[in-house]
Design a protein around this ligand. Structure first.
Ligand code: N01
Length: 887
């Protein structure tokens, strides 16, 4: 629509009343604002949309620089709320250009007759919560004020361009352009000397096209970025067929995925693949020209593990060297300062090859920083470059910029959002802020937004917000506000999620690091689109958990609490287990339960390689017992850890904790001997305890043969194995050895009572249930024997035991007895350290490479074992040789 028409409509509505009264005011007419307006209307709300620009489009209205395109495949980067809309529009390219996307948004605005409620050319100048009226009062720079019940920011994440932060811009006598505010009638660059500052997605898209037009292009690069070929063309036939074959299923898969694009979750880890297999996967991804594909489909550890990530990064670096002919330029273009994907990677068309053109030069600002912009060009501390045009592709004050910098927002009790967010954005679900009733953000900080396909996230956010306010209205409530508890809990959950990924290892706009003085922290939600959606649904399912609801016709409702208290990966594991609807393990009988556990273990990632893994036989209390030995890749001899597996004295064997044994072997640089002790009900108490002790003795006596270093052993165990390790230490003290330097007890059974709070709080829903523990105890030990310290070590004498490290997990029925044992040992003079693992469950630490948030705890445990052995802290695992079978 022509801007003049827009302006006349805006002034008509503006002049009709001094304050426009609506149910909802929305800011921003991009993807989010348009869908919001449509949904609000359908839900029966009156609404106005305020837009600074002269037309719809949001980011696609402003970013008209040469080469601007989406970099999520356009069939995915589309609305999916209306199947008829989907079939009414055909994308011409795999990655549509900015003009085509803008046409699409215009088409949507017309199709749903949205423009009549949009005030274009209207900037909000302030928004204040009016406590008495329970409404937002909004001032604008053009036309009537607005009074609304709900104020919804659809302002986008990357809409406030960052100032250049370089001295002298005003002195420059040539032309200056910002990619994020590109002139609508284009820019003529032919025959000109052009400088581009910045090599993020905008720069990388623009540079090849500017190079084709300009006489000379000089690119000023501060940090090289990873860029991958887009291989643009028509929408790929296979994706199109998948979409058109079953549109609903395709969209549903996107909504449940991690990134909002329907690729399956990868479960194969890098070390399960040979070099050739990894290369083949990489080449397929490189040829696919799909950012989400290469970020998620190579191997499962690429986004969470530095080593798994380095393999991809190295392969991309190799490609850059292969394309760019000048080795110095290639080296300067090659990123080394961040893991691949930790900073937003780019999709390009001929980006690297552009540096082979004779009219293109790269200036590496790491070697010669910009000193100033001068009247004639750009001066670094080594050279001066005379140019006619400077293009700033220097990015945005992301995520918070468009909300904070654009206008002051004042909430309850006159609190300014800029003050509340002075140390970084605080939100509940990324959608709401405590102290700001009825204020909503679409793709706000704390939501998956920029780490996902925005189209999918936007629809989910909009649906959630509109559904909630409609439900509020129907229940007689007029306000909805996040509680401080819920918001603080969300911050904790955000931090837990961020600790899983590698985003924390890069200075990027995701963390606020690109804006001098901005508070830093990972701003988007890194837990994934599907999990986020299920959390939002859970909030509703649990009675609007974490929200205070008020209204003149309803009693106040506040169901306070934190929606996620589990570690994010623990939540996923427990969710998956719950979805399997398994019968209780105790109902399977001992053999059935063993078969089940064996099957279950087959599905987990293999443990990482160590120097050598071998099987052997040792002498237990009443006969031979199998063991498995894990030897580090470093030259021996090594200290030995005797390890007892978990399984309630009934399940498991010497290899059932294989990934954990490998992990601890690599981290401690010690030999781990995992003992296959006898199980109940075939061998009841005290068989397991006596085997544990006898095995430890045997291993001490045969330490040299096993490749062990002379000196005391260490013992470790998980769950019932922790019980056996604890008992072994007591027996070794009382029976004259062997000497034990330290004990690592992970979620150990230490006592026979079931009345501690953790048995009650965590009795169900966390895999190890109260019922299962009863069953284990019944199979192993008669009630009359249960107070014997050989099964309830907490009842034994504790003085004189080896130093201990006791790990307990918040959501474990055994938590409190583990803590009780640690405290009792400490009271008896034993040096004790404790790890009380927040948000973890009984199996967190042995589910290596599944519960990634367990890594920090396993590092602490390995450090403790090394300390007990008199060694310095954790060693970086040595690169393994090929694994050899031991005799
Ligand atoms: O911005 P950026 P962008 N002196 O912040 C450099 C989305 N997007 O507009 O890395 C010198 O990524 C800065 O250097 P450094 C996408 O999510 C999508 O390119 O801070 N250099 C960096 O190289 C993207 O991530 C598409 O050291 C300075 C560059 O400028 C996001 O928008 C297309 C500097 C800024 O890169 C932002 O991308 C475009 C200074 N003072 C954008 N200040 C699609 O394809 C900054 N730089 C959909």
């Amino acid at each position: 629509m022509p801007e003049a028409m827009v302006a006349s409509r805006a002034s008509e509505s503006a002049s009709s009343a001094s304050t426009q009264q609506v149910d909802a005011a929305v800011v921003g007419a991009g993807f989010a604002g348009l869908y919001l307006l449509h949904r609000l209307r359908k839900a029966g709300f009156s609404a106005v949309l305020l837009e600074e620009a002269g037309d719809v489009g949001g980011t696609w209205y402003w970013n008209r620089y040469p080469g601007a395109r989406c970099d999520i495949q356009t069939i995915d980067y589309s609305y999916s709320f209306d199947p008829e809309l989907e079939t009414a529009w055909k994308w011409s390219e795999k990655y549509a250009t900015q003009p085509e996307i803008l046409r699409y948004l215009g088409f949507v605005a017309d199709r749903y007759d949205l423009r009549r409620d949009i005030r274009f050319g209207t900037k909000v100048t302030s928004a204040n919560w009016d406590q008495a009226a329970q409404r937002w009062q909004i001032a604008t720079d053009n036309g009537a004020k607005v009074s609304c019940r709900y104020y919804i920011m659809a302002t986008g994440c990357l809409s406030a361009p960052k100032p250049p932060e370089i001295d002298g811009v005003k002195e420059f006598r040539g032309e200056v352009y910002f990619t994020g505010r590109w002139p609508h009638d284009g820019v003529k660059l032919a025959g000109k000397r052009v400088a581009v500052i910045g090599t993020g997605s905008s720069g990388i898209q623009a540079i090849p096209l500017i190079a084709q037009e300009a006489a000379q292009l000089t690119v000023f690069q501060r940090t090289p970025n990873f860029a991958l070929p887009a291989h643009n063309g028509p929408p790929p036939a296979d994706r199109l067929a998948a979409l058109e074959g079953d549109r609903a299923a395709y969209r549903a898969q996107a909504r449940q995925s991690l990134a909002g694009v329907p690729w399956p979750q990868n479960t194969v880890v890098s070390w399960q693949l040979s070099d050739a297999e990894r290369r083949e996967r990489f080449e397929t991804a490189w040829a696919a020209g799909d950012l989400v594909y290469i970020l998620t489909q190579l191997w499962a550890d690429q986004g969470v593990d530095v080593d798994g990530n380095k393999i991809v990064a190295d392969l991309i670096r190799e490609k850059i060297r292969g394309i760019v002919k000048d080795p110095e330029t290639a080296a300067a273009l090659t990123p080394h300062d961040h893991p691949f994907g930790a900073k937003r990677p780019c999709l390009d068309t001929n980006y690297y090859a552009t540096y082979n053109r004779p009219n293109v030069a790269l200036v590496n600002l790491r070697k010669e920083p910009i000193k100033a912009i001068t009247a004639t060009g750009i001066a670094t501390d080594k050279r001066s470059f005379d140019v006619d045009v400077i293009v700033f592709a220097t990015g945005f004050d992301a995520m918070t910029g468009a909300i904070l910098a654009v206008h002051p927002i004042t909430g309850r009790d006159g609190k300014a959002l800029s003050d509340v967010w002075a140390q970084g954005p605080q939100t509940y679900l990324g959608l709401t802020v405590a102290g700001f009733p009825n204020l909503f953000m679409i793709t706000g900080p704390g939501s998956p937004s920029v780490l996902s396909n925005m189209a999918v996230s936007i629809e989910q956010h909009v649906d959630w917000v509109v559904d909630r306010i409609a439900a509020l209205r129907d229940a007689g409530f007029t306000t909805m506000e996040a509680t401080d508890t819920a918001q603080a809990g969300w911050a904790k959950h955000m931090a837990d999620c961020a600790s899983l990924t590698l985003h924390r290892l890069a200075n990027t706009w995701y963390t606020g690091a690109n804006v001098p003085g901005k508070a830093q922290g990972v701003m988007p939600y890194t837990g994934g689109v599907g999990p986020y959606r299920s959390i939002c649904d859970e909030v509703v399912g649990r009675g609007m958990l974490g929200f205070r609801l008020t209204g003149p016709d309803a009693a106040e409702q506040c169901n306070d609490g934190e929606v996620v208290r589990l570690q994010p990966d623990v939540r996923l594991v427990l969710g998956l287990l719950a979805s399997l609807n398994l019968p209780p393990i105790e109902s399977m009988g001992a053999q059935g339960a063993r078969d089940f556990v064996n099957e279950f273990n087959k599905g987990r990632p293999f443990g990482r390689p160590v120097g050598e893994v071998g099987d052997g036989v040792l002498l237990g209390a009443e006969g031979p017992l199998p063991y498995k030995l894990y030897r580090p890749a470093t030259p021996g001899p090594h200290r030995i850890v005797v390890y007892f597996h978990g399984g309630g004295w009934v399940l498991g064997d010497q290899q059932s904790d294989d990934p954990f044994c490998r992990d601890i072997c690599r981290r401690t640089d010690m030999i781990i001997v995992s003992v296959g002790y006898r199980h109940a009900p075939e061998h009841r108490f005290p068989a397991a305890a006596e085997d544990g002790y006898a095995a430890t003795r045997w291993i001490a006596e045969h330490a040299a043969e096993l490749g062990g270093k002379p000196g005391p052993l260490l013992v470790a165990g998980w769950s019932a194995g922790g019980n056996i390790a604890a008992v072994t230490c007591q027996l070794a003290r009382d029976r004259g050895g062997p000497e034990i330097a330290g004990q690592l007890l992970i979620c150990p059974v230490t006592d026979c009572t079931f009345d501690r709070p953790s048995y009650i709080d965590n009795a169900a829903n966390y895999f190890l249930t109260r019922g299962l523990m009863f069953w284990f105890w019944d199979l192993y030990c008669s009630p009359a024997d249960r107070t014997d310290p050989r099964v309830s070590p907490l009842r034994g004498k504790l003085a004189g035991l080896p130093a201990a490290f006791v790990t307990t997990c918040e959501f474990d029925p055994l938590r409190d007895e583990g803590i009780a044992y640690a405290e009792a040992m400490a009271a008896a003079g034993v040096p004790v350290e404790q790890l009380k693992a927040r948000g973890h469950f009984h199996s967190s630490f042995t589910m290596v490479d599944v519960v990634i948030t367990g890594v920090a705890g396993r590092i602490q445990m390995a450090d403790a074992l090394r300390r007990f052995a008199g060694l310095p802290p954790e060693v970086k695992p040595a690169p393994p040789k090929l694994e050899a079978a031991a005799s």
